[in-house]
Ligand binder design. Structure first.
Ligand SMILES: C[S@@+](CC[C@H](N)C(=O)[O-])C[C@H]1O[C@@H](n2cnc3c(N)ncnc32)[C@H](O)[C@@H]1O
Length: 218
């Protein structure tokens, strides 16, 4: 596939990615919409050249929409990690449907990634992409655990989504960690009424699309 693919075309392809069959509330299993996934990946590709010919890791890959989109934009290899076997089954099915051979999936809990896995990934991953759990289901702070792991592994950048309401806290964390942080876009994340804790038909959540990167040493 052409790495200069247009945003609209990318979104059209991503419309065909299957989503969670029975999303698990506790694991915050709401998929990134094709529109948001396409916008994220297109920005990472055109503005930062962090996809084409790169090795990418997707933390909490779910059904794999970010993995698949990254390959469409020319990623050399993508590794997806998720804790949930049911999600990974849908992900594997999607990879098969799209006939992509350079995506590998692994089942791990990001909060307790073992050192062997960390050692294997470190130095082999250019950038990390993710839509992590936001930490609103008795798992406060899990989004920043995902970012920390991503930064420990990525040689270049971590691209991620977080609730805009937590921006100040995240800025403080980035300063403490000595990493660069840039809000690339403010998005409205429309979560359909697939998760039972939402009483309204659908809920718009304001979300920041953020790039974290290691400070260059002079
Ligand atoms: C908001 S969903 C995003 C899914 C997918 N990345 C996407 O963009 O559609 C968050 C994902 O994180 C996974 N997850 C939640 N807790 C996890 C953990 N501790 N370790 C690994 N994955 C986890 C969930 O199973 C879910 O697939």
């Amino acid at each position: 596939m052409a790495s200069h693919m247009k945003l609209k075309k990318l979104q059209e392809y991503l419309d065909d990615v299957d989503v969670f069959e029975n999303p698990k509330v506790k694991l915050e299993q709401y998929p990134t919409t094709p529109h948001i996934a396409a916008c994220m990946l297109h920005t990472i590709h055109t503005r930062y050249n962090d996809i084409e010919d790169k090795t990418i890791l997707d933390l909490g890959c779910g059904c794999g929409i970010l993995c698949i989109g990254a390959v469409m934009l020319g990623a050399k290899k993508v590794i997806g990690i998720d804790i949930d076997d049911d999600a990974l089954e849908v992900c594997r099915h999607n990879i098969e449907e799209f006939e992509m051979e350079n995506i590998e999936v692994e089942q791990h809990d990001i909060q307790s990634l073992d050192t062997k896995v960390m050692e294997r990934l470190k130095g082999n991953i250019d950038s990390v992409i993710m839509n992590p759990p936001f930490g609103t289901k008795h798992n406060q702070g899990i989004d920043m655990t995902f970012v920390r792991k991503g930064l420990d592994i990525a040689s270049v950048s971590v691209y991620t989504l977080h609730k805009t309401s937590t921006r100040e806290y995240i800025e403080k964390k980035a300063a403490d960690w000595g990493v660069e942080m840039e809000v690339l876009a403010e998005l409205k994340f429309n979560i359909d009424n697939t998760l039972k804790f939402h009483k309204k038909q659908s809920v718009d959540i304001e979300v920041d699309f953020i790039r974290f990167s290691h400070k260059r040493t002079k």
